[in-house]
Design a protein around this ligand. Sequence first.
Ligand SMILES: NC(=O)c1ccc[n+]([C@@H]2O[C@H](COP(=O)([O-])OP(=O)(O)OC[C@H]3O[C@@H](n4cnc5c(N)ncnc54)[C@H](O)[C@@H]3O)[C@@H](O)[C@H]2O)c1
Length: 341
Amino acid sequence: MIRYAIVGCGHIAKKHASAIDNAENSVLTAVCDTVPERMEEYIQKYGVKGYTDLDEMLQDGEIDVVNICTPSGFHADLTVKAANAKKHIVVEKPIALTLEDANKMIQVCAENNVKLAVVHPNRFRPAMLELKQMMDKGMFGKLSHANATVRWNRDQAYYDQAPWRGTKAFDGGVLMNQAIHNLDLLVWLMGDVNQAFSMDATRLRNIEAEDVSTGVVKFENGALGVVEAATTIYPKNFEESLSIFGEKGTIKVGGTTANFIEHIMFEDLEENAKQAMIEKIKNDPFGKPGHQWIIEDMSKAIEENREPIVTGEDGKRALELVVALNKSAETNLPINFPVQG
Ligand SMILES: NC(=O)c1ccc[n+]([C@@H]2O[C@H](COP(=O)([O-])OP(=O)(O)OC[C@H]3O[C@@H](n4cnc5c(N)ncnc54)[C@H](O)[C@@H]3O)[C@@H](O)[C@H]2O)c1
């Protein structure tokens, strides 16, 4: 059994705990939070050890992997500590808030010969797995452009529930915190980015970071991309979607969380196969939880001594697009890749 410990027992930790519980060959052995009450339900439910100090937990010989589920601004420091203690790492998205931190995390994990996986669970949604296969088979032909849209609602109460939310140093804003899932899908499917330009604003929430962002992207392959992300949508989540347009194919995966095929047309996809795909996804739009995919993959990666499916470099790629868009909005200039600083 691969033994896991969770650091940061807030909202997302619940998904990690149940994913570890349900994953093959994986077991939760400890949790850590600076606020002791936050650990109680895990200690009770899973019969695990609780630590208020990460350094103390890292002395525990019964831990193989540490899952970092703290506010994003702490990901880098905690990853460095855990990797230096020879623990493999599963870190929540975004990998970090700066490219410098992401590079440090990747380097420290490599130096200690431990694995680093970043939680981008939306890649494992049934519609996205199909879309990736279609992209890899070249079914779009020459790519024209893509559109990544996140029209969600996070009200003021959401931002007020914890001091880190909405800050630049720990949360990062709508691109970094909410849209990074969709931006990860965008670069995973469309390939490396060449240039990005963006405008953003803080319109409706009383926060430091942006609550609405609009941007354009040019990919290395020459295709273009449009990014729209907001937490200001009245009165509730309205849409998360990804559309891709090529000379031989068009697809829009949408709904409120990009799970449903809303439109699909491919020159090389027979009507029967298309209907079967639509039906399959309609019957199981969410599939196996993405967090469980990540945990099962990490356990297998350790056993087989290979890289995880979603690596630190993958996490950095999504982060780099966010950093570029933020930087462009700040400077009012297009940003070239690779992004400096
Ligand atoms: N993958 C997803 O779908 C998804 C969804 C939500 C959040 N997240 C990510 O998960 C992370 C946490 O978000 P959340 O909503 O669970 O936050 P949260 O505020 O609900 O929980 C964070 C917890 O970390 C604890 N903590 C803070 N500093 C700590 C430290 N140094 N050591 C130990 N514990 C510490 C806090 O006490 C708190 O219990 C963020 O990076 C966020 O971006 C990912």
